[in-house]
Design a protein around this ligand. Structure first.
Ligand code: GTP
Ligand code: MG
Length: 136
């Protein structure tokens, strides 16, 4: 069976949506293997988002991710990486499909960074790398 890293980002935790997001993951049939509330360091976030270093949204993204606690979850199931990305919806919550986490629960709040509630690893290599960072 496969594993992925899911994060409930600071906007999701602050809005009290952690339970609703966990419920969707469980209702889909995936297993919660490990879970914790984390206040990540800048160093941890820089490692997590290394692929985005130098992009215009990189600094606002790190500031946003430092703005409050995050829930980190190790989720397991066959094809869970692909399956959770599908459940999360596309990056921009304004246009993410209804039925998805971002599409149903997210919107544009008029701030520079996209506050889109969740993160999910995008490949087996990313999942292995990110799980090692968040669940060292
Ligand atoms: P994650 O699951 O969080 O990795 O989202 P993603 O895979 O859908 O997006 P990506 O990895 O490309 O970008 C990471 C995060 O940076 C996104 O979730 C957004 O919060 C933010 N982001 C990505 N692209 C943009 C952009 O063009 N503008 C802004 N403002 N933020 C962006
Ligand atoms: Mg990504």
């Amino acid at each position: 069976t496969e594993e992925t890293l899911v994060l409930v980002k600071p906007d999701g935790v602050a809005r009290g949506l952690t339970g609703a997001i966990l419920a969707r993951i469980e209702a889909k049939g995936y297993s919660l293997v490990d879970l914790k509330l984390v206040e990540p360091s800048r160093d941890l976030l820089a490692r997590h988002y290394a692929e985005h270093e130098g992009k215009p949204f990189y600094e606002p993204l790190l500031e946003f991710m430092l703005s409050g606690p995050v829930v980190a979850i190790r989720v397991a199931g066959n094809r869970v990486i692909e399956g959770f990305r599908s459940l999360a919806g596309t990056t921009d919550p304004t246009t993410a499909a209804p039925g998805t986490i971002r599409g149903d629960l997210g919107r544009d709040w008029g701030v520079a960074v996209q506050q889109n509630l969740v993160h999910g690893s995008d490949s087996p290599e990313s999942a292995e790398r990110e799980l090692a960072i968040w669940f060292a």
